[in-house]
Design a protein around this ligand. Structure first.
Ligand code: ZN
Length: 307
């Protein structure tokens, strides 16, 4: 009896995700060209491209993509809900004009398009050109961006049921846990989130600039884009950082929050946000609890004053 009890306790206390997810050998099967585009199948995805990609770049992309899907699938909550009917699509465009014609927003390197159920990637961010100065981001950051957008694609059929801060926060949650080349480490989320935010926002001091929680909780997808556009480009990541900390709290901040999220995820597809996961009147208290949680872990959260 005692043994059984101990066993139950250890299951209840177990990490919600495997501590590590290591990529399997990449699978990449070339398909016939379609409309002048090269096409490949990975385990989960269809990749098509108008540029010749080097085998290593392509294999690495396949590995990052498939392991991202594996990681989202491994989560105990029903987050994994990719488009139905055909392989989820990753489309790579060499030219900025083609990228934007298909729906990529100017100034972005990659983007999930919900209506077309695909992830668009600008080719020059993917291919390691010998002219390294052209790449604005380190390869590691490029991959984290791909992970972020692919999480949206893997959650395609659940996104409509969630507030946008949570959709963005969950995508950043997986991107934080991504250690490069499709390896994920979920064993110490506090540490990977701290490193992720310090790297992006504040490499030299513990202060992390954030947007007010009250600004984000009511936004839908369109509202989110509008909000981002209202921020100076250099400050936009602050909205993602705030969402990441909120999503982490939703997943790790006690049974009630997890159950509220589970309920939201299992709502019928037509229902949008059956439960407000953060009530507007609790926004200020939420900020205080986040500040208290992260302070001893090495992050000093600095929320901008609410309007
Ligand atoms: Zn996103």
């Amino acid at each position: 009896m005692r043994v059984l009890l101990l066993l139950l306790v250890s299951i209840a206390a177990a990490d919600p995700l495997p501590r590590e997810i290591v990529p399997e050998k990449a699978i990449l099967v070339a398909q016939p060209d379609e409309e002048g585009r090269k096409v490949w199948h990975t385990r989960f995805f269809r990749i098509d491209s108008d540029i010749e990609l080097r085998p290593n770049d392509l294999l690495r992309l396949a590995q990052v993509a498939d392991t991202t899907a594996t990681a989202v699938k491994a989560h105990p909550l029903p987050l994994f809900a990719p488009p139905q009917g055909s392989r989820p699509r990753i489309a790579i465009h060499a030219r900025t004009s083609a990228y934007q014609e298909e729906g990529g927003a100017p100034g972005t390197a990659g983007m999930y398009l919900s209506r077309q159920a695909l992830v668009l990637i600008q080719g020059d961010y993917l291919v390691r050109s010998p002219d390294a100065a052209r790449s604005r981001l380190a390869p590691r950051n490029d991959e984290d961006l791909v992970v972020h957008e692919l999480v949206h694609l893997c959650m395609h059929r659940t996104n409509a049921k969630l507030p946008q801060w949570l959709i963005e926060g969950l995508a950043e949650y997986f991107a934080s846990a991504h250690a490069g080349a499709g390896r994920f480490s979920f064993g110490n989320m506090d540490q990977v989130i701290r490193e992720h935010l310090r790297t992006r926002l504040s490499p030299d001091d513990p202060g992390i600039p954030l947007v007010p929680v009250a600004d984000l909780i009511d936004l839908d997808g369109r509202g989110w884009l509008h909000y981002l556009n209202s921020l100076p480009v250099a400050e936009r990541y602050r909205a993602y950082a705030t969402s990441l900390l909120l999503a982490h709290q939703q997943l790790h901040g006690g049974k009630e929050r997890i159950e509220a999220l589970r309920l939201a995820l299992s709502a019928p597809p037509s229902k949008r946000m059956p439960i407000a996961l953060i009530a507007p009147e609790t926004a200020a208290a939420t900020q205080i609890s986040l500040i208290r949680y992260w302070k001893p872990k090495g992050l000093t959260l600095e929320f901008a004053p609410a309007k």
